[in-house]
Design a protein around this ligand. Structure first.
Ligand code: UDP
Length: 329
């Protein structure tokens, strides 16, 4: 039996594919390659360049392979873009989930692991954030992820699909040997942007606001290494294989790092000075997002292994300096 990894050519998807293969899992990958990279997936893996919204293509994949579970990474995931083009997000993310689940129902596939996001919480009432806390998304991206979770709940109840929804906080890092990593055309994420400075692709980092109510004034986030995230997906799959009920888990380290602390870690990891300027706040950025992720540790046995920020950034640096133009290098 095989695991279908939708969005397996993207950043988190490709690390999960590699992680699953190393642990002896049989994997099939589907990706529309709009943001994913074909070369991020080994040639030996069955690969379908197709969109989850294409019902015929999905049915054909389920017909061609004995699929026992789906790991669903496909999504548009840029917060700012989602505000500008909300319909793109509801179509790609929400309608994509609908077509995928319709196809799973037809094929009789009953296990689903889903990439959700801390964006479902919006501006948190308390930190660390717990899974049962209120979900009030503040942008269409977070709203689309919440709608996808709700769809899984209702469809799962009716059609016997059990799911695990993994609400990621901030993801960073790369495979340690630098073979695969993060490559977004319009990069918005902090770690790759910081590393563009020592790569000489950018003159300085702009810190988006240093007047937040945090110890050093810059925003605090909870960063997890991408391989530890991949591990959580495998644990979630095994949880479902062992008969686990549908469940939602936060995935974070439980530790918050400010933008300025990330900068210090990046200077140490790269051995280079990284000039900085203070800019205005970015609209919609909460001051502090940190996960309470005891449930994933307790129920799934998840234990993040790469937890020193310097190590997380060093792995990303290894990828970026060996692939300064990403997969186009
Ligand atoms: N950030 C920053 N400068 C940048 C990019 C990001 O100061 O050029 C900050 C951003 O305001 C946030 C943190 O870095 O507080 C993480 O941002 P990212 O976009 O990586 O993730 P998010 O938390 O928005 O999902």
């Amino acid at each position: 039996m095989a695991v279908l990894i939708c969005g397996g050519a993207g950043y988190i998807g490709s690390h999960s594919v590699k992680y699953f293969l190393e642990r002896g899992e049989d994997v099939v990958v589907l990706d529309n390659l709009l943001t994913g990279h074909r070369s991020a997936v080994p040639e030996s893996v069955p690969f379908y360049e197709a969109d989850v919204r294409d019902a015929r293509a999905m049915d054909a994949v389920f017909a061609a392979h004995p699929i026992e579970a789906v790991i669903h990474f496909c999504a548009c995931s840029l917060v700012g873009e989602s505000v500008e083009e909300p319909l793109k997000y509801f179509n790609n993310n929400v309608y994509g989930m609908q077509v995928l689940m319709e196809s799973m129902v037809r094929a009789g596939v009953t296990r689903l692991v889903f990439s959700s996001s801390a964006a479902v919480y919006g501006e948190p009432e308390r930190v660390p954030i717990r899974e049962e806390d209120e979900t009030v998304p503040t942008n269409p991206y977070g709203e689309s992820k919440l709608m996808m979770e709700r769809m899984m709940r209702w469809v799962g109840q009716r059609h016997g699909i059990r799911y695990v929804s993994l609400r990621y906080f901030n993801v960073a890092g790369a495979w340690e040997d630098g073979s695969i990593g993060e490559d977004h055309r319009n990069e918005t994420h902090l770690v790759p942007i910081i590393l563009q400075v020592p790569l000489k692709q950018r003159s300085h980092l702009t810190v988006f606001g240093d007047d937040y109510p945090t110890p050093d004034g810059s925003c605090i986030r909870d960063y997890v290494h991408v391989k530890d995230l991949a591990d959580a997906h495998l644990l979630a799959l095994n949880y479902l294989r062992n008969g686990g009920e549908s469940e939602i888990f936060n995935l974070g380290s439980g530790e918050g790092y400010s933008v300025k602390e990330m900068l210090t870690a990046a200077r140490a990891a790269t051995g280079q000075d990284i000039p900085v300027r203070i800019g205005p706040r970015r609209v919609g950025d909460p001051a502090r997002l940190v996960a309470e992720s005891q449930r994933a540790r307790r129920v799934l046995g998840w234990m993040p292994r790469i937890t020193r920020m310097e190590d997380i950034i060093a792995s990303a640096w290894n990828w970026h300096r060996s692939h300064p133009e990403g997969y186009g290098s």
